[in-house]
Design a protein around this ligand. Structure first.
Ligand SMILES: NC(=O)c1ccc[n+]([C@@H]2O[C@H](COP(=O)([O-])OP(=O)(O)OC[C@H]3O[C@@H](n4cnc5c(N)ncnc54)[C@H](O)[C@@H]3O)[C@@H](O)[C@H]2O)c1
Length: 473
């Protein structure tokens, strides 16, 4: 695909009315809202979970969805029935047949993380371009397979690292490009994923390392990618501690661990006493303050955008809950990262936090920048301090920069990244060098893998050790 190089090129391409042909792998919530809904012009049909189809985005003039690949044909059939879209449906093993029959130009990979590498490499083997959701893959072994396939292919890979696109992150990048802090010496980043969002990972597919790489890859790849991009540097070594503190059978909140509680059974066949016990789970009781328990609650069967069934991924009668023994990932990390030019990153994350968001400080030889996004899920929204970025020159008065607000999901990031990915980068995006390529996607995965491996082995990991010599940027 020819990527336009100026805004005029973008406008010309848009006006040329030749629509790019896309195939999507994984009819996920994210895929529906970021690409499928907009490409089909469904606009208002979607919700806000992981995307902004509900904002009325319509990309149907520029692109055509020619195929959906998913393990769950009933889910795709129901989608086609509900929307009248009639998009041809294929199973994963039929990827090559899908390419032969529908001739996509670009493959959109929006399936669970551990499946990305199979689709990316299969698309590259057919010389197709790929846009994949983050993380680029669930492990460094998969990342290496992608990089090797890209070397052999005429196609290329872009990774949808949408955290780069929020207005706040873009402002921070401009301040860094303006050299306000001088040479970066250290970064403090504290991330809090609140009890609503954080607990949801533990009853979805994300709770297995083999599926998501664990949250140090699945979720923290956003955070590591943001810091690496802001610093325009290369991480070299990672050391971390971490644990499963809030979820899994040993959780202090697991009603089964209360004195006198019987073991909780799994699934709909749970004994009445176990069912009653589950109702006492504090992560469930939280919702009652709002009056209604939504489908996101871990005591309910999983459903997603449009109410589409997920029967292959979440078989009926096998209700996951956040205290299941098969959870094999951590929910808490503290990590230190050394960057090549001498900066260090001090990072911590919890997945059972009081608020959603982060606090960031970037220290340099000539100043310090502070930014935060602290959001309480009680209608109050972001705190007042989140509306500004503070800049402290080393020897001057503090300066306040108002954070520009954006429209659309993920703080306004998704409409912008979708435009860049489907139409080519805007002038501002090119100036900020904002689009993530495969090397940058690889580094974010490697940082996450270094974290969980460091926790497991109690030793530092170098990025080269996990990835070979991948330099970013
Ligand atoms: N950038 C963001 O802000 C953001 C937000 C949410 C999710 N994501 C990413 O989007 C992707 C999808 O996540 P989600 O939570 O929306 O997924 P989901 O659980 O809503 O849906 C997964 C879909 O993939 C299908 N599937 C499972 N295995 C498959 C396979 N082997 N081949 C094809 N399809 C398969 C399932 O049937 C289902 O339709 C993940 O990579 C995730 O990391 C990104």
């Amino acid at each position: 695909m020819t990527v336009p190089t100026t805004d005029a090129d973008v406008a010309q391409q848009a006006a040329s009315a030749r629509r790019t042909r896309y195939a999507v792998c994984g009819l996920s919530n994210r895929g529906l809202s970021l690409f499928v809904g907009p490409l089909l012009g469904l606009g208002k049909a979607g919700g806000e979970s992981g995307g902004d189809a509900g904002s009325g985005a319509d990309m149907s003039r520029y692109g055509e969805l020619v195929a959906i690949v998913d393990i769950d044909p009933a889910r795709v059939a129901r989608f086609n029935e509900l929307t009248g879209a009639g998009v041809p449906s294929y199973l994963p093993d039929d990827f090559d047949r899908m390419v032969d029959e529908t001739a996509p130009e670009v493959v959109l990979v929006t399936s669970p993380d551990y499946t990305h590498a199979d689709y990316v490499t299969a698309a590259l083997a057919r010389d197709l371009d790929v846009i994949t959701e983050k993380p680029m893959a669930a492990s460094c072994a998969q990342v290496q397979a992608i990089l090797e396939a890209e070397r052999r292919s005429r196609g290329s890979v872009r990774v949808a690292h949408n955290l780069r696109y929020t207005p706040r992150t873009r402002q921070l990048k401009r301040m860094m490009l303006d050299g306000l802090v001088g040479r970066v010496t250290s970064v403090d980043l504290t991330w809090s994923v609140d009890t609503f969002h954080g607990s949801s990972y533990f009853h979805r597919w994300n709770r297995r390392r083999a599926w998501s790489g664990g949250l140090s890859i699945h979720k923290a790849c956003h955070h590591f990618d943001m810091v690496t991009w802001l610093l325009d540097d290369t991480p070299e070594q990672v050391f971390a501690y971490g644990a499963l503190n809030f979820y899994g059978p040993e959780s202090p909140h697991n009603p089964a661990n209360r004195d006198g509680a019987a073991d909780a059974d799994r699934g709909d066949g749970a004994e009445p006493s176990a069912r009653a016990q589950r109702q006492q789970c504090p992560y469930h009781l939280r919702w009652l303050a709002d009056g209604e328990v939504p489908d996101d609650d871990h005591l309910k069967p999983r459903s997603g955008l449009h109410g589409l069934p997920y029967d292959v991924q979440y078989p009926p009668g096998e209700q996951n809950w956040i205290y299941d023994p098969e959870i094999d990932i951590e929910d808490t990390y503290s990590a230190v990262v050394r960057y090549r030019r001498g900066a260090s990153l001090s990072y911590s994350v919890t997945f059972s936090g009081a608020w959603e968001g982060y606090r960031l400080a970037i220290n340099g030889t000539h100043g310090r920048i502070e930014a935060c996004s602290v959001d309480f899920r009680d209608g109050r929204g972001e705190t007042a301090e989140s509306a500004e970025i503070l800049y402290y020159p080393m020897f001057g008065p503090r300066q306040r920069h108002d954070v520009v607000t954006g429209r659309g999901s993920h703080g306004g990031a998704d409409p912008l990244i979708r435009r860049d990915l489907l139409l080519g980068p805007s002038q501002e995006s090119r100036d900020l060098r904002i689009m993530a390529d495969s090397r940058q996607g690889a580094v974010a995965v490697a940082m996450g893998e270094a974290v969980w491996r460091s926790v497991a082995d109690n030793r530092p990991y170098s990025i080269d050790e996990l990835l070979g010599d991948v330099r970013s940027p």
